[in-house]
Design a protein around this ligand. Structure first.
Ligand SMILES: Cc1ncc(COP(=O)(O)O)c(C=O)c1O
Length: 389
């Protein structure tokens, strides 16, 4: 058997939507983008959505829109895809890493205050694998110190923690519709904000800082002006057309991923030499706590991690590593002088983690095959004691 790491759910319905867009004149930002933005806002219960070309663009624009740039520091996590901290660098600011919680891999809110300096302007938490960070704690700290909060929600549209949803407590929240995300347009992203002024500025900044776009000038030409130097990050109608039908399916797809994750958790609970991360509040009320269940990761003995990746992959099961700690990547070591030992919890996770397939169209037989393959591989490589080093 072969189990892909990920399979998208796009099909005939989306082909039909693409035909519609291609049959029209406006391929760039237009009514399909506005329609997506309205539906996304409705799903999240937020005031404004701004469609952009990626989550990286969303993070970068949010920083610019909040006037964060050279000389400023932004506190974030080293356990993320480096797009998070790269965006801080794109804005000209400096990423300041804070270590993560051993149980969830999320930014450890209790360590934030010690990292705040007079230059700190914002906190950028990442809701890793779909599990939201402790946003009530993070918002409280940010308010006490006059900081902005920009949420990296690339893994989490559907999550809820303590009744809080993505974007609810942040000044801006950034989403990804990259090829393997819970909903996808191949590439794509969005920002949600509460403030109408910030929304208007971000809409302008996503298109060079122009006062109007091509779709608005198509039927009736008007002069536009450029109010500040922006970027070329506007979502187009082709990307936007793929998203609304997926938004309708998100809740059902989450139920299927939740069932798969529960099967994984039950099956792996009894396997020595393997640990899974904690989902906060999973035993409590589902209405106030749930993970978006974007990625399912295992922690194994770091001495065998790479051999396990090879073995599992060799048996036809797709794997990934999300993530090796960002501060240990070559350019970060070189640029900031980071060394091993600086953020030990992130390093432990980064050295031990393996991601296994998780997507709603996985069959029960595929789930069973992944469980059997992983269990056999871990058992084979395990030390006699079965202990994780
Ligand atoms: C945590 C995190 N942040 C940001 C990004 C960047 O998203 P995009 O590829 O849409 O720019 C990703 C993408 O995988 C991610 O996983």
């Amino acid at each position: 058997m072969k189990v892909d790491f990920y399979r998208h759910n796009l099909g005939e319905r989306e082909v039909q939507r693409l035909r519609e867009v291609l049959g029209g004149i406006i391929l760039t930002t237009g009514t399909y983008v506005a329609d997506f933005e309205a539906r996304f806002s409705e799903y999240l219960g937020c005031a404004h959505t701004i469609g952009v070309t990626s989550c990286t663009a969303a993070l970068h624009l949010s920083l610019l829109g909040l006037d964060i740039g050279p000389g400023d520091e932004v506190i974030t996590t080293p356990m993320t895809f480096m797009a998070t901290s790269n965006a801080i660098i794109h804005a000209g600011a400096t990423p300041v890493f804070v270590d993560v919680e051993p149980d969830t891999g999320n930014l450890d809110a209790s360590r934030i205050e010690a990292a705040i300096t007079p230059r700190t302007k914002a906190v950028m938490p990442v809701h890793l694998y779909g599990q939201m960070c402790d946003m009530r704690a993070i918002r409280g700290i940010a308010d006490r110190h006059g900081l902005a909060v920009i949420e990296d929600c690339a893994h989490c549209i559907e999550g809820i923690r303590d009744g809080v949803r993505p974007g609810q407590l942040g000044d801006a929240a950034c989403f990804s519709f990259y090829a393997t995300k819970n909903i996808t347009s191949g590439e794509g992203g969005a920002i949600t904000v509460h403030s109408p002024e910030l929304a208007a500025r971000l809409r302008s900044l996503r298109l060079h800082g122009m006062t109007s776009g091509a779709a608005e000038r198509h039927l009736h030409f008007r002069h536009w002006d450029c109010e500040e130097i922006g970027w070329k990050y506007n979502m187009d109608n082709i990307q936007a057309a793929l998203l609304p039908d997926q938004i309708k399916e998100m809740e059902d797809w989450l139920k299927r991923r939740e069932a798969i994750c529960q099967r994984y958790e039950e099956a792996f609970a009894g396997v020595a030499g393997l640990r899974t991360l904690k989902v906060v509040g999973s035993s409590g009320s589902k209405a106030s706590n749930r993970s978006a269940r974007h990625l399912f990761t295992l922690l194994v003995d770091p001495r065998h991690r790479d051999a396990l990746l090879e073995t599992i992959q060799g048996a036809g099961v797709g794997v990934a590593v999300n993530y090796r700690a960002v501060h240990l990547l070559k350019v970060y070591r070189k640029r900031f002088g980071f060394e091993r030992g600086t953020f030990p919890v992130a390093e432990q996770i980064g050295d031990a983690t393996i991601t296994i397939p998780l997507f709603p169209s996985m069959t029960d037989a595929e789930v069973a095959y992944v469980i059997d393959t992983v269990t056999a591989a871990v058992t084979h490589f395990r030390e006699p004691s079965g202990a994780l080093s």
